[in-house]
Write a protein that binds this ligand. Structure first.
Ligand code: HEM
Length: 270
């Protein structure tokens, strides 16, 4: 039975990676919500370990040692989960987004809102590991390619290159939002300042969508070897469709929530 469940999960992960990892992470977050609330610092420590290892690998490459943690068995797998956004970083970001769009009185809304701050901090570890690795692989190369006239980009690649530039802008926004999520930093801000800063999370949510769509379009139309490109096109189209569906669902829930808040305010007076 356990093997059957694992096989089904593996199949779903292969064909619908975003939706599957979103629901697995959501299930785990709900299941562990009490423990996340109580033993927050243990979760922070566990989540920070792969980020620290990624920093060690990054520094080791800068100083000329070729320490390739990717190839180190289970450690390599853990690193991949943190560097690629699909397995953990993106589902966490989507859960944080959805927490703000759900009815706060519903079971899921209550559960997610009770640990939203903790989840925001936890998401920082995989997201910043992703950003560190992607910046180090593509920057400043991508900027120079975008503006160099003598070395024009293949037309499709322009999407991916734009996706990278947006990634760099997102990293700056994300670091500000992440740092100000810590209680010790939040306490130092003047009243109202935190809310003002955190309105930028909506810009971030929008840019995550654009980043993902541009990267996938870049790979569909971009300059890979034809065989590899053709065989992976369904995967990239699935990524675009899954992301679009997730965002449509978020917008619908957000509109529904703001409508019901308006009705509540109205019914208070009558
Ligand atoms: C806060 C910063 C960032 C966030 C929230 C973010 C978000 C994401 C998301 C959601 C995906 C998954 C797209 C998909 O497969 O549908 C992704 C993938 C990717 N991003 Fe970013 N990104 C960030 C920073 C960056 C930066 C700075 C770069 C490069 C300069 C970059 C390059 C890439 C690349 C190459 C991929 C595809 C492979 C992978 O999943 O790692 N990202 N990013």
């Amino acid at each position: 039975m356990a093997k059957l469940i694992l096989d089904i999960l593996q199949l779903l992960m292969e064909y619908l990676p975003l939706i599957t990892s979103f629901f697995i992470t959501l299930g785990l977050v709900v299941f562990l919500s009490k423990s996340i609330k109580k033993k927050t610092y243990i979760y922070y420590i566990i989540f920070s370990i792969p980020t620290l290892i990624a920093i060690v690998q990054y520094v080791s490459q800068i100083v000329g040692h070729n320490l390739d943690i990717y190839k180190m068995g289970i450690l390599g797998d853990i690193m991949r989960i943190n560097i690629y956004m699909l397995p953990l970083g993106l589902p966490l970001l989507l859960i944080i987004m959805f927490a703000g769009a759900l009815n706060p009185k519903s079971y899921l809304g209550r559960k997610l809102l009770s640990i939203r701050k903790e989840l925001s901090i936890l998401s920082g570890f995989p997201v910043l590991t992703h950003a560190l690795f992607r910046v180090s692989f593509t920057f400043p190369n991508s900027f120079s390619k975008l503006f160099l006239v003598e070395d024009p980009l293949p037309s499709g690649r322009i999407f991916a290159e734009l996706g990278y530039q947006i990634g760099i802008f997102m990293t700056i926004i994300y670091i500000v939002l992440w740092v100000t999520s810590f209680r010790s930093v939040r306490r130092r801000l003047v009243p109202g300042q935190w809310k003002k800063i955190h309105k930028w999370s909506y810009v971030l949510y929008f840019l995550i969508f654009v980043h993902s769509i541009l990267l996938n379009l870049g790979w569909i139309f971009g300059g890979r070897t034809p065989v590899a490109a053709y065989s992976r096109i369904p995967e990239w189209i699935t990524a675009i469709v899954s992301m679009t569906l997730m965002y449509l669902l978020y917008i619908i829930l957000k509109i529904r929530k703001s409508k019901s808040a308006k009705t509540d305010r109205f019914s208070k007076y009558f």
